[in-house]
Design a protein around this ligand. Structure first.
Ligand code: NZQ
Ligand code: ZN
Length: 386
């Protein structure tokens, strides 16, 4: 295991009814000017907006609304939010939504305190914010685990880059599984696959020998797979929704990453695909993962074989490491099909090779734990995804 420092700053409130139970008290700790941030309007249809605004009113807060944050939030939206925060002298940002709303607010919170443009600051000068307007997150869609960390994924439409930007860390996160009841099942599943993806990207990182974080990761993966199946048969199951919501948080609260270097090449490819096509994050990942893994498994065959045994419960019985590894990847591909996620870019409406060339040419290449991909390999993998 690599040396590590672990600190967990987000106070987390979990359970049905937690917003009504805790939010009013939590808000007492902040000034009276609140920015209530949300997406395209789902919270106005499912009663969450009424509940939040009633609590804000009772707490005597003055509310400014920041609405229409789009899925895959755009950098121009961040600038709009930062301007609102400055103009209304906002003391606290309450983000109510999924990963997109929460991510947008993390960067709004930091940009509002900065004289300079945060994108230029991070990507040109490699400097990162250390102050921000305090914020809290009310999670309405799980999967990204965005409420648990200070990284935000933002699309800079002008530069055609979708990338991780570091911003605020929420002071608190409220996770009420009942808030996800109105989420279309398609989004529930693609979010849950994102959780599985975060676990896999960490599991196939370094070092190669198994560690406690990996064994916890196996457990989160098994739990996610089981609860996706339960929820597909019983969409009202609050037990399955609760498990998936907490698994989502576990995927990104740093615990699985303790002592590890993570891979995240599937994410880097998917994010750039998002920059060019605005596609759904979980769906893009579902297409990329099996293709990527067939390409790299030989470089870490023992771990892929263990993935087959421990996560997919595939019996070992005299098989070679390679056979077992491939059976595990096939089990992942079969599961993706079983739960109705796309198995090709074509199914997602992405058909042009020139787009994939641009994605391969502009993707940020990380450490690449099993195998660092060359641009040509990325292009080949993306073409196979068609
Ligand atoms: O905008 P509204 O009207 O609210 O509708 C949203 C949106 O259309 C809807 N929705 C959310 N809660 C709902 C609901 N509809 C009905 N009932 C509810 N309770 O769901 C749609 C998708 O929402 P979005 O926030 O975009 O989904 P998700 O949570 O999957 O977030 C995706 C974004 O997070 C980034 C992705 O790249 C993408 O931009 N990620 C963020 C990460 C992080 N910060 O740690 C890590 C991830 O790997 C990921 O990259
Ligand atoms: Zn993700």
């Amino acid at each position: 295991m690599n040396p590590f420092i672990y600190e967990y700053p987000v106070k987390t409130f979990f359970g049905v009814g937690s917003v009504g139970k805790h939010l009013g008290t939590l808000l007492r700790g902040y000034g009276e000017n609140i920015l209530l941030a949300y997406g395209g309007g789902s919270i106005k249809k499912n009663g969450i907006y009424e509940e939040l605004t009633a609590i804000l009113r009772e707490s005597g807060k003055r509310v400014t609304e920041f609405s229409d944050i789009m899925p895959n939030p755009a950098y121009r939206k961040v600038q709009e939010g930062a301007e609102l925060v400055r103009r209304h002298q906002i003391d606290f940002i309450l983000a109510a939504g999924g990963g997109s709303v929460i991510d947008c607010c993390k960067i709004v919170a930091a940009q509002a305190k900065l004289e300079q443009d945060i994108w230029e600051m991070e990507f040109t000068k490699h400097q990162y914010p250390d102050i921000w307007v305090p914020m809290g997150a009310v999670v309405t869609a799980s999967g990204t685990g965005a409420e648990m960390n200070n990284g935000a994924v933002i699309t800079n439409e002008e530069k055609k880059i979708k990338a991780g930007v570091l911003g605020a860390c929420a002071d608190f996160a409220v996770l009420d599984p009942a808030y996800t009841l109105s989420l279309p099942m398609e989004q529930v599943i693609s979010g849950a696959f994102d959780t599985l993806s975060h676990c896999m990207e960490t599991y196939f990182g370094k070092p190669e020998e198994i560690c406690l974080s990996d064994e916890i990761g196996e457990s989160v993966m098994r739990n996610t797979i089981r609860n996706i199946r339960i929820l597909r048969n019983d969409p009202q199951s609050m037990t399955a929704r609760s498990e998936l919501m907490w698994a989502s948080a576990m995927g990104e609260n740093g615990i699985l990453k303790i002592g590890k270097i993570t891979d995240f090449q599937a994410h880097q490819l998917e994010h750039q695909l998002g920059a060019y096509t605005d596609c759904n994050h979980g769906k893009g990942l579902a297409v990329i993962h099996p293709v990527l893994y067939r390409h790299i498994y030989r470089n870490h065959a023992a771990r892929f074989a263990r993935f087959a045994k421990e996560v997919w419960n595939i019996p070992e019985e005299g098989k070679t490491e390679e056979t077992l590894a491939l059976e595990g990847i096939q089990a992942l591909a079969d599961f993706i099909r079983e739960i109705g996620l796309p198995t090709s870019f074509t199914e997602m409406g992405i058909t042009e090779e020139s787009v994939l060339r641009a994605v391969a040419d502009s993707s940020n290449i990380s450490a690449g734990c099993c195998k660092k991909l060359s641009r040509e390999e990325m292009f080949e993998i993306l073409k196979e995804c068609l």
